[in-house]
Write a protein that binds this ligand. Structure first.
Ligand code: SF4
Length: 291
């Protein structure tokens, strides 16, 4: 017993200072890919190796439109290996309330050999602001009024590989310590305020997911976790999968990543309940998109 106490005192406090301090992630961890759109000569090699179609091209005889969809990206780094204008960053605070904010689009004039000429339009330096989200704000105000600073989460795996679950479980360890925010996981949807959904929604889990949502008291929030939760990820929509969570339920916050690390999850949950200020970073930097 005394040995344990001595060890604990010697170890000191291990809990992360996040969100008061930036997320402490390893510098070589893989987060958001960043593209230098001004010097991008050809999107085709990166699009060809991207396993999820997160980089996609559509073209006419004179123009090419390239889209990078962070909601589909699994941060594999293959595009950065194929093209030096793309670099992987450790940026993980990517949660957003708007699915469209995870998409960046650039338009290029095409040269006869199919490489990029002039950049006609790049992604805006900060994502476009949607009209004021009156319903979402009312919901957040109501949640704050009803729940104060407390929040209960019911997690549902709608068809994940369990990668996201491993990161979700880490939220309860002493390093991330979700309970310091008054946020707890609960076993029953009847006690939950927020539904955290991992995985692409498999057709077998669709009914269970809908019933879980219906069993929750209002006001309630839905957070889609990971590339699969945001878009269906590598599975997409097929005979067994319906795709992202928003194909079945109204989603309040999207947390990209494969899997999103605990800081990314914490960021997304705090954004969902309005306890974290939105980021306003350029899509060409390493920071997260505006939320
Ligand atoms: S890091 Fe993302 S965009 Fe790049 S190849 Fe992998 S999935 Fe595609």
């Amino acid at each position: 017993m005394f040995d344990l106490l001595r060890k604990s005192l010697a170890t000191g406090i291990v809990t992360s200072d996040y969100p008061d301090a930036p997320p402490a992630v390893a510098p070589n961890s893989r987060g958001r890919p960043v593209i230098d759109y001004h010097h991008w000569k050809d999107a085709r090699p990166a699009a060809a190796v991207c396993p999820t179609g997160a980089i996609a091209c559509t073209e006419t005889t004179t123009e090419r439109t390239v889209t990078l969809d962070l909601g589909r990206c699994i941060f594999c780094g293959l595009c950065a290996e194929a093209d030096p204008v793309i670099r992987m960053t450790p940026a993980c605070e990517l949660a957003t309330r708007h699915r469209a904010h995870l998409r960046q689009t650039a338009r290029y004039r095409l040269r006869p050999d199919g490489t990029h000429g002039e950049l006609i339009a790049g992604p805006p330096s900060s994502p476009p602001q949607p009209p004021p989200d009156a319903t979402g704000q009312q919901l957040r105000d109501r949640i704050h009024q009803v729940l104060g600073r407390s929040l209960h989460i019911r997690e549902v795996d709608a068809g994940s590989c369990n990668g996201c679950e491993i990161e979700v479980v880490a939220l309860n360890n002493p390093v991330y310590d979700l309970e310091r925010f008054g946020i707890h996981f609960v076993a029953s949807p009847r006690h939950a305020d927020l539904l955290l959904v991992t995985g692409t929604v498999t057709r077998n889990l669709e009914l269970a997911l809908r019933k879980t949502y219906e069993a929750m008291p209002t006001p309630r929030l839905v957070v889609a976790v990971g590339a699969c939760g945001c878009s269906g990820g590598i599975f997409g929509r097929n005979y067994a999968s319906l795709g992202g969570v928003d194909q079945v339920l109204p989603v309040d916050v999207y947390i990209p990543g494969c899997p999103p690390n605990p800081h990314a999850l914490l960021h997304g949950i705090l954004v969902a309940i309005g306890r974290l200020q939105p980021h306003s970073a350029s899509p060409t930097t390493g920071s997260g998109p505006e939320v």
